[in-house]
Design a protein around this ligand. Sequence first.
Ligand code: ZN
Length: 145
Amino acid sequence: MTVRSIEHQTKVPEIRKGDTVVVLAGKDAGKRGVVDRVIRRDPSPSAQRSAYRRTSIRGGVSVVVEGLNIARRHTKPRQVSGGPNQMPRVQQGGIMDIAMPMPISRVMLVCSHCDKPTRIAHQLLDNGRRGRVGRHCGEQLEVKA
Ligand SMILES: [Zn+2]
């Protein structure tokens, strides 16, 4: 096995679900939130139709952070089919606030030890796996979720 393939297998993502991040740019700059979703692959056709087209993110890694990068969605009332013995009913329309994906480069991880934004270093752990450490403090970062 080559070194290259080992590194590939044990690659540690920089930001994971459950991490606290701070937004660096855009309308939510300076705000913090918890990562709800990390989107790694190129967007699927259905995603392109919805979120991606509106945010002009095409491929690359992006994150959805709870309560941040909010977009308002106005939904119209529509008829939805009920169960086998139910009459069709009307779903109420209204305004929904939805957290939209943003490029991962727009956020920075907040160190769970120091409560400061930090870059990530990858470090070989005692168990032979690679973990994430805060670059400024060297403390291992655990995901709380
Ligand atoms: Zn730290």
